[in-house]
Design a protein around this ligand. Sequence first.
Ligand code: MN
Ligand code: MN
Length: 463
Amino acid sequence: MKRKNTWNFYGKKELEEIESLSEEYRDFLNAGKTERECIKRILFQAEKQGYKNLEEIQKQGIVLRPGDKIYVSHMEKAAALFHIGAKPLEEGMNILGAHVDSPRIDVKQVPLFEDSGLAYLDTHYYGGIKHYQWLGIPLALHGIVAKTDGTTVNICIGESDEEEVFVLTDLLPHLGKDIEEKKQKEFIDAEKMDLLIGNRAINQKEIEKRSSVKTAILEILEQKFQIKEEDFLSAELEIVPAGKARECGLDKSMILGYGQDDRSCSFAALQAILNCMEVQRTACALFVDKEEIGSVGATGMHSRFFENAVQVLTEFTKSSHIADKNRILQNSYMLSCDVSAAYDPMYAEYFERQNSAYLSGGVVLNKYTGSGGKAGANDANAEYVAKIRGCFEKNQVIYQTAELGAVDRGGGGTIAYIMASYGMDIIDCGIGVLNMHAPWEVSSKADLYEMNKGYLAFLEEMK
Ligand code: MN
Ligand code: MN
């Protein structure tokens, strides 16, 4: 088996396409740094291309026909797009499913406090992070505050050059002798990862009067956002790295950006469904939340919202009298669109060379994930893997296969095993990422291009 470097296979036309795709991709990453922002962006693009809300279809009692484009949105954190195919629904759909949440640090419900003249927001991290990576870097605050009067306030602070940013402070090396001997986990107590947000003790209303730093911060919150301290109780505020996704490397071959797990696959899945022409089997792109914490909750893959959406779909398509949601799902094909850890020569001992994903090695197929003897894995059926290989080869999609790291080095899971429980054929398919789960992750522009091609071929051609 010879490994390919995808860059060897491109002519002028492809290279131009790669550049414009990567520009759109960076734009997508910058617009969606939380699950809500990401879903908003996805639905904005979908509506622009004629996708209609399924709720509207329901209200108007419209019968869906081949070529119709609809979407379902759930709590503004999950969504599904459907492009109705020529074949009856019960023959199954071709589904691309990605997640839109990424590791980050969340603000607690009662977060604000002052210590030694410094104001902080208390936090609780979300997903698998290495704590130390988040110290001493510029951070932005994104999210919403829901108020008791039914209104919500959108918050996004720290993304433009003029705006203020925030920081989790680190200890200077001069005093860090005993810390250096500690294990990574003990290095910083997660309870001490509190966001520094202020230090000025003046009363904003009566500028000559002194106040506490906390009071001053509360006044700013009131003035700028019309929120009170109690409103944090019903807020979802996420701390993410501040700044835009950038081109990376002297050859500009890579992208450095936050949240590429899994917004690289979300982007490609969206592109694929928006670009697919006439489809035989109904095409679906599914975007879910909470994957990083086990796919739980109302907006995670374990939620029935997708199943319910498929049920509604059956009621509004012509063949509704025989369609059954479980049969449709069992007859479906799915790519669980998620990233893979790319082989990193700096950490070679954690990988097994032959079964690793390589950066710019093309789109990655992970037959199985899991850990410690494949525990918790969806292990895709060999016949299905062959079918996908055939589809990719026919469409000149450069692909590679991989496991997540060497055996017994750890592991992980995706949404694949959850959807597999419907009895459908499903395999993990995404791109290799370096620096995964770090504030800034690295991907290859060429892999993104191959993933786009692969997802489109899957939607249009899997029969
Ligand atoms: Mn992921
Ligand atoms: Mn992840």
